[in-house]
Ligand binder design. Structure first.
Ligand code: ADP
Length: 467
């Protein structure tokens, strides 16, 4: 459950939405308080400066009473809610707006420092207080004649901050609810297509392959759904080809057996069958057995090629020699039809190949060129190479392949003319074996043909084996 994508998206939206708001609100409130305090301090210092300018020429510090000055002092202390003390050079308090300390002496560090020329301003956020001391400086002698001590409450700033804080908390709570609703909505919306995909896959697993997956929504999800359908299409194609293959195999294997059965039955049904007929039929039966054997062998090589796709027996092979040997072996078969085999080699070729498999592939091509050739025809086998590949070309003067069949000749059991192929001992597996072998060498095979004129197979294989 905790590993669920939905929970993660939910948590992500909540954290991404709320934490920045929380932090910035806190920072803003602190900034407000600091700025307001600084402003208050500056204002008080300005008032202190003005007051000192008023006090200095009046003889107030020497005890002379002045209603204007007293009025001004009272006014400032009332406006800013605080206490103002005026101290003369003997540290004697000559004015206290609270009326408590007048006539007494004020010996405090701040006052003494101010007399030494260091006016001070200080915030006490804990008790919501600010202190400001202002020197009363003589115009000409620059002597410090007295000090104005101001002691003010900042409760109003704190009250304002508290009220802002309450509003912020309220807004935050509203925002939290809103973000929660959005988070639930979006996490559902984002994960719903995935749930649909899982549902569809389960549905497919139950056997409803044809329905595929159809999920609308985000582009990426639609892409997944498309790719999935693609995969299903491919699986269906593979399944169809597997079924086709199995039915072809059964059919191909059954044909010789049916013939054998017919031949044997007809011998059994006749009484007093002459020995010559037995002989004749047995020759036919032997031929059918030979054919069955060939189909089984071809099938076994094909299955082996499929199974051992990664199991190539690669060695460095002289391709010229390989082709020469192979053509020498096929010479007698060609001779039977009086087909001439011409071999052309444009350069010596040494390549990394699986010798046995490659021989099988090329033999199939040359065997076909003989099988589907006309009497007294020719076959031209040529070998060439560039810096990357070697090329084997097998051309013949045979019957050719109709254009509409060209795409199918590499399919298992495909034969253009079943009767002809059968007559010449074909199984329809030769070219698919050849193609498999060439693909295992990361090569390519192409066919060009004109019906009635001849056929050319071009094979291209890398000189260095690519695993
Ligand atoms: P087969 O055992 O029937 O020869 P292949 O897979 O080797 O099977 O070839 C498939 C079909 O392609 C053949 O049945 C034949 O009709 C056609 N074919 C192959 N090679 C040639 C060729 N050189 N000339 C004409 N047709 C060919």
């Amino acid at each position: 459950m905790l590993n669920s994508m939905r929970i993660h998206i939910l948590l992500l939206i909540i954290t991404a939405g709320l934490i920045p708001v929380l932090v910035s609100t806190f920072l803003l409130l602190n900034e407000y308080e600091n700025k307001a305090m600084d402003k208050r301090l500056n204002e008080l210092q300005n008032q202190g400066d003005l007051l000192s300018k008023l006090i200095l020429p009046s003889g107030y510090l020497s005890g002379a009473q002045d209603n204007t000055i007293n009025g001004e002092i009272e006014r400032i202390s009332e406006i800013f809610h605080g206490r103002i003390l005026i101290v003369n050079s003997s540290l004697n308090i000559i004015k206290d707006t609270y009326g408590l300390e007048e006539g007494k002496y004020l010996i405090s560090e701040n006052v003494i420092q101010t007399f030494q020329g260091k006016s001070s301003k200080r915030k006490d956020s804990k008790n919501d207080l600010i202190f400001v001391t202002n020197p009363i400086v003589h115009n000409i002698s620059k002597e410090i004649m007295g000090v104005i001590v101001m002691n003010f409450s900042t409760k109003d700033i704190q009250t304002m901050r508290d009220s802002l804080e309450k509003k912020a908390i309220l807004s935050f709570a509203t925002l939290t609810i809103l973000i929660m609703v959005c988070a639930v909505y979006f996490s559902r919306k984002l994960t719903k297509p995935l749930t649909s995909i899982v549902y569809s896959i389960d549905h497919l697993t139950e056997g409803y392959m044809d329905e595929g997956v159809s999920i609308k929504g985000f582009y990426e999800i639609e892409k997944i759904s498309d790719s999935f359908n693609h995969l299903i299409g491919r699986m269906q194609k593979l399944e169809r080809s597997r079924q086709e293959f199995v039915s072809n195999v059964s059919h191909e294997l059954k044909t010789p057996i049916t013939s054998i059965k017919v031949l044997a039955d007809s011998l059994l049904m006749q009484e007093d069958t002459p020995v010559e007929l037995y002989r004749e039929f047995l020759v036919d039966i032997a031929e059918e057995i030979e054919r069955e054997n060939k189909i089984i062998n071809d099938l076994l090589s094909l299955v082996k090629l499929d199974k051992t796709a990664g199991d190539m027996n690669i060695s460095i092979v002289n391709i010229n020699e390989l082709l020469e040997q192979l053509l020498k072996r096929l010479g007698p078969i060609a001779k039977k039809k009086n087909v001439e085999i011409i071999y052309e080699s444009f350069r010596p070729v040494i390549a990394e190949v699986d010798e046995v498999k490659l021989s099988l592939a090329i033999t199939n091509l040359v065997e076909n060129a003989i099988k589907y050739n006309v009497d007294d025809g020719w076959i031209r086998v040529s070998l060439n190479a560039d810096h990357k590949y070697f090329f084997v070309k097998v051309s013949d003067s045979g019957i050719g392949i109709p254009e509409d069949a060209l795409d199918n000749i590499f399919d298992r059991f495909y034969r253009v003319d079943k009767a002809r192929s059968r007559e010449s001992g074909g199984t329809g597996l030769g070219l698919s074996i050849t193609k498999n072998v060439i693909q295992m060498h990361r090569g390519a095979i192409k066919v060009y043909s004109n019906e009635g004129e001849g056929t050319t197979f071009n094979v291209r294989i890398p000189l260095n084996y690519i695993a």
